[in-house]
Write a protein that binds this ligand. Structure first.
Ligand code: NAD
Ligand code: MG
Length: 389
């Protein structure tokens, strides 16, 4: 039986992962599940899947979790250090599906103990790409991309080296506001931004899709995972979300990956890799679909894409600064403290503030400095937001 752990088990990716596990429960020995505020869901899944350990990120909820697990034999734990310890528990396959930079330390712990890391948490590579890739190499652990675009690239590359790759095209739906007049974006509300035309995902990534911060993170993620130059990565708006990515080779041939927009494909691919298994996803009927459409993203509508280029060119701790500023700006937008278009403004200004003072961004690239930069950029975002935008 394969020993598996799921970080962020109560979220959208976590629940899709559990859906696949539930279809074949005898094949898996569940080590640890982690969650946040949804104690009832975490406890119910941990008991049904006979997990050894359930962890809530919130230290104040430990008693609630203990009560919900009472008599089940599942161990309860809480807090950041408990999350990291869950990552260190021996497992063969670990799903990293916490949202935000909080997913980094448990993911690194999983790599260090030699687990295969199925990586949905894009912030891991955005904040710490070179470090994480080097840790995986040092420990012989495998990282399998779960973000649908990166899984698509990985699958399109199957059996081929990266030497023949000229460019990688990541597709984007364009998000909730792709057809809104640009001048109306300022007044878009969190509820409006949290509806996605094609994918059913967590609230934060759905809003990031509307602003294209999600694609900005993915461009950086692709650079780190596939060792690409920034100029080799393109973004293409494809409203139907049927093609997830395209790999262009030096001979002009292009390999596209198609599938229904259902994360259980990318999760299931990582779960069964290097085999392919039957998965419960819709089969595309292309004749019925009739056509697929494409257009170039408008940089005025999606300033996040320009910021991603800046971050890739800057390198070092700029990814950690970018992500943390974005996370803090997103919190403020969700709390209706700033407007939709202010998010990119806040991130740009945080980068401006950290950039001239080269010290912090150019500090040694280790986990302590990455986490320190995360704190620093959140504080800078607070300062920027306290001023008029
Ligand atoms: P979600 O909001 O639905 O779930 C997030 C999970 O993380 C929950 O279990 C929550 O309890 C936990 N969590 C939240 N804050 C935490 C913290 N500070 N510490 C520890 N745990 C915390 O998110 P999601 O949509 O499942 O996305 C998870 C990750 O996968 C994100 O990085 C996202 O960008 C990435 N991703 C998601 C999708 C998707 O379809 N949902 C697709 C591609 C990539
Ligand atoms: Mg994606």
């Amino acid at each position: 039986m394969r020993r598996i752990s799921i970080f962020g088990a109560t979220g959208s990716i976590g629940q899709n992962t559990i859906d696949l596990i539930d279809r074949n429960p005898g094949a898996y020995d569940v080590v640890a599940l982690t969650g946040g505020q949804n104690i009832a869901r975490l406890a119910e899944d941990a008991i049904r899947l006979k997990a050894d350990l359930a962890v809530t990120a919130d230290e104040t909820r430990l008693d609630d979790l203990r009560a919900a697990l009472n008599g089940s034999g599942v161990e309860a734990a809480a807090g950041t250090e408990a999350l990291r310890e869950a990552g260190a528990r021996p497992a063969d396959w670990v799903m990293s599906a916490i949202v935000g930079a909080a997913g980094l330390p448990p993911g690194i712990a999983a790599l260090d103990q030699g687990a295969t890391l199925a990586l949905a948490n894009k912030e891991t590579l955005v904040t710490a790409g070179p470090l994480v890739m080097q840790r995986a190499k040092a420990t012989g652990s495998t990282i399998l991309p779960v973000d649908s675009e990166h899984s698509a690239v990985f699958q399109a590359l199957e059996g081929e080296g990266l030497e023949s790759v000229e460019r990688v095209i990541l597709t984007a739906s364009g998000g909730a506001f792709r057809d809104w007049p640009i001048e109306t974006l300022r007044s878009a509300t969190p509820a409006q931004a949290a509806t996605h035309p094609n994918w059913d995902m967590g609230q934060r990534i759905t809003i990031d899709s509307a602003s294209m911060f999600n694609k900005a993170l993915e461009v950086i993620e692709a650079k780190e995972f596939f060792h690409l130059r920034p100029d080799q990565i393109e973004v293409l708006i494809h409203p139907e979300s049927m093609i997830h990515a395209i790999v262009g080779h030096v001979d002009g041939g292009m390999m596209a990956h198609l599938g229904a927009p259902d994360m259980r494909h990318a999760i299931g691919y990582a779960l069964h890799w290097p085999e392919r298994a039957h998965l419960p996803v819709e089969r595309l009927d292309l004749a019925k679909l009739g056509q697929l459409t494409f257009r170039a993203p408008d940089p005025d509508r999606y300033p996040a894409l320009t910021l991603a280029k800046r971050v890739m060119e800057r390198g070092g701790l700029a990814g950690a600064a970018f992500n943390a500023a974005k996370e803090r700006a997103l919190d403020a937008f969700i709390a209706e403290q700033i407007g939709f278009t202010d998010m990119a403004q806040v991130v740009a200004r945080v980068l401006d503030r950290l950039d001239p003072d080269l010290g912090p961004i150019e500090a040694a690239f280790d986990l302590d400095n990455i986490l320190e930069m995360d704190h620093l950029a959140r504080r800078e975002a607070e300062k920027v937001m306290a001023q008029a935008l």
